[in-house]
Design a protein around this ligand. Structure first.
Ligand SMILES: C[S@@+](CC[C@H](N)C(=O)[O-])C[C@H]1O[C@@H](n2cnc3c(N)ncnc32)[C@H](O)[C@@H]1O
Ligand code: SF4
Ligand code: SF4
Length: 345
């Protein structure tokens, strides 16, 4: 994964430190639309939704000025359904290069021109969801032809050499045995990979959680192999601590201590603040303090270990270390990478 230039990285760390102590969010996820091009089995989005109250691109600047996050996810629904997505990204970015901006997408609407335009507008990382290393992806996502589209497009765009594409594979009971095959696919396509964990909270369905000792044994075996495959290039984007915490999340059937609303939050497509994408208490932008008081300080939910959470749940020294160590040990393919995990969705 490409390394962020030192100056920009210090900017991220500086702003992150300020936010940490000022109780502002480190990561903000802008869900720019609720509509989607897929009907994934593990997700509560899917298909067209009411987009009449969506924020306009220029509205995002006000949210950025107020929240001042150092990392932004542009997500949804499917963000590439917005025909003004490039304009949205321009309004999120600032001349300083901050925030580090990740587009989280299924890539059904991605094209070569759009990829290049989004890079120019300020996307630092393209997080592409991939649940299976073959056509089973189409079936799981309810989108015929999606795998074929990715199979043609991802290697083509990776060949530009920007090293900014990361496959995002959400581990479920259906694909736990495919963890290393998904890594093979990332290598074959010339991109990076990042794992996240299924949460039953989105749909209420526990079938895709790892429910049996056999499934957990497969997870342990697959993760052990992932650890053996690491090299100096950070192509396996999760930090080892996050892989371990993900294993514990499945084994303990949850992870307590969530800081949703404080360290990270979601801005819905119509501009309300939510603690996370799976908690639907909504607050206006100027009532973030009330969200922390009413939600975060009393939150006992332990029902996910999605990436946005797994990154910022760490202690401040650990977070800082995982972001700066790359400058002392990194020998990347293209010489560019931000510390593990912060570069993920
Ligand atoms: C909600 S989607 C939005 C962006 C885009 N539509 C996509 O699929 O990448 C963001 C990520 O959440 C993951 N996701 C969906 N349902 C989930 C669940 N129940 N638990 C954990 N992650 C989930 C998806 O696999 C995807 O990688
Ligand atoms: S995971 Fe993404 S692509 Fe799938 S239904 Fe949810 S929002 Fe849409
Ligand atoms: S653990 Fe936290 S981020 Fe996850 S669903 Fe619960 S409140 Fe949301």
């Amino acid at each position: 994964m490409r390394k962020v230039p030192l100056i920009e990285s210090l900017g991220i760390i500086g702003r992150g430190s300020l936010n940490w102590f000022a109780q502002r969010p480190i990561v903000v996820s802008f869900e720019v639309t609720d509509s989607c091009t897929c009907y994934c089995r593990h997700c509560d989005h899917g298909g067209p939704k009411d987009d009449s109250r969506n924020l306009r691109p220029s509205d995002y600047r006000h949210y950025m000025d107020t929240l001042r996050p150092c990392v932004v996810q542009v997500s949804g629904g499917e963000p590439l359904l917005r025909d003004d997505i490039v304009e949205i990204v321009r309004n999120i970015q600032s001349p300083s290069g901050l925030p580090y901006t990740i587009l989280v997408s299924n890539w059904s609407h991605m094209t070569e021109d759009l990829y290049l335009e989004l890079r120019r507008a300020g996307i630092d990382q393209f997080s592409v969801s991939l649940d299976f290393p073959d056509e089973r992806h189409d079936d799981f996502r309810g989108h015929p032809g999606l795998y074929d589209h990715l199979n043609r497009l991802v290697p083509k765009l990776a060949a530009h050499g920007f090293d900014d594409i990361v496959l995002n594979s959400c581990i479920t009971s259906e694909n736990v045995a495919e963890i290393n095959l998904l890594a093979d696919k990332a290598q074959g396509w010339g991109v990076n990979i990042c794992y996240s964990a299924y949460s039953p909270r989105r749909t209420g369905c526990r079938d895709y959680f790892l429910n049996t000792p056999e499934q957990l044994a497969v997870l342990r075996r697959e993760f052990a192999r992932v650890e053996e495959r690491r090299d100096g290039t950070n192509w396996i984007v999760n930090a080892p601590t996050t892989i371990e915490a993900t294993r514990q999340y499945f084994e303990n059937r949850g992870t307590p201590g969530c800081k949703a609303g404080l360290r990270f939050l979601v801005v819905t497509c119509d501009g309300q603040l939510q603690p996370c994408s799976m908690q639907f208490q909504r607050y206006p932008l100027d009532e973030r303090g009330r969200m922390i008081e009413e939600f975060t300080s009393r939150n006992t939910c332990d029902e996910c270990y999605v990436s946005i959470r797994s990154y910022v749940d760490k202690s401040f020294p650990q977070l800082l270390w995982e972001n700066v160590r790359g400058f002392f040990s990194f020998k990347g393919r293209n010489g560019r990478s931000i510390g593990s995990d912060s570069a993920r969705a």
